[in-house]
Design a protein around this ligand. Structure first.
Ligand SMILES: [Zn+2]
Ligand SMILES: [Zn+2]
Length: 257
């Protein structure tokens, strides 16, 4: 098997199990894989999922980072609950993302299939551990439904890129994906506005497709995106769900950066 990044042979022993498993191949070789920095789930910000080990202690209080405290104080969370992220944004991740963008290749996300799938299934309670606990505890009540929604791109961006990375990631979880959000208008570069300006301009580029309103009522929503940066985009998307009155809106991103 060939590494999706460097193209070298991955030199991994193939067995029937690895061939048939949904959790293996395609992927990255060991050298490439080891340069990604995984976020330790036991030591990440409870609200945005960033690696607390990479932060100065003075920016952390009660396993929450200062950015998230600021969101709490400003009342900007709305129905947004928390984000879980799998990798930190380091130079290597940046390089790899640029390469894949240049190639116009959707496969980057696919290379993280095993990890992303496992994380997604755990959040929605479809992993083997949750199954086993349910069996052991003899819980027969119906499980809570959780709806997986990918973050949409605007029509222009989609045309430019040819695919939506968030959609590719969402599909990796292996459960039905609900395209409940759409993105209207052009996307203005985030960097052109500062954080305050973005918060103050009330325009929300995300709209809920009314057809899904009923399905979403009282459910848990899991938004999927490639990267959590300031958290503003995900919170805006979450706000678009408010009318459908879901139980909560959380998110899962491949990267925190
Ligand atoms: Zn490689
Ligand atoms: Zn945080």
């Amino acid at each position: 098997m060939v590494c999706l990044i460097c193209g070298q042979d991955r030199q991994e022993r193939m067995t029937f199990r690895t061939l048939l498993s949904a959790d293996s191949s395609p992927g990255f070789c060991r050298t490439c894989r080891e340069k990604f920095v995984k976020i330790p789930q036991g030591h990440s910000c409870r609200l945005c999922g960033r690696d607390l080990g990479l932060m100065d202690e003075k920016f952390i209080s009660g396993s929450v980072c200062t950015d998230c405290r600021r969101w709490e104080k400003s009342g900007g969370n709305g129905c947004f609950g928390r984000n879980i992220a799998l990798y930190s944004y380091n130079d290597w991740m940046k390089e790899v993302i640029t390469t894949f963008k240049f190639r116009g290749d959707a496969a980057l996300a696919v290379g993280f299939r095993k990890e992303f799938r496992a994380a997604g299934r755990k959040i929605i309670g479809k992993d083997w551990r949750t199954h086993w606990e349910r069996l052991r505890n003899g819980k027969h009540h119906p499980r809570e439904t959780c709806v997986i929604v990918p973050m949409p791109l605007s029509g222009n961006r989609l045309k430019e890129r040819g695919f939506n990375q968030a959609e590719v990631l969402a599909e990796l979880i292996g459960e039905p994906v609900v395209p409940a959000l759409c993105r209207i208008g052009g996307e203005r570069k985030q960097s052109k506005k500062n954080r305050r300006e973005r918060l103050e301009s009330g325009e929300n580029p995300f709209k809920l497709d009314e057809a899904f309103s009923e399905v979403l009522h009282g459910t848990k929503v899991l938004l999927i995106d490639d990267i959590y940066t300031t958290g503003a985009t995900l919170r805006r998307a979450a706000a678009a769900f408010e009318r459908a009155d879901p139980k909560c809106v959380d998110s899962l991103t491949l990267i925190h950066g």
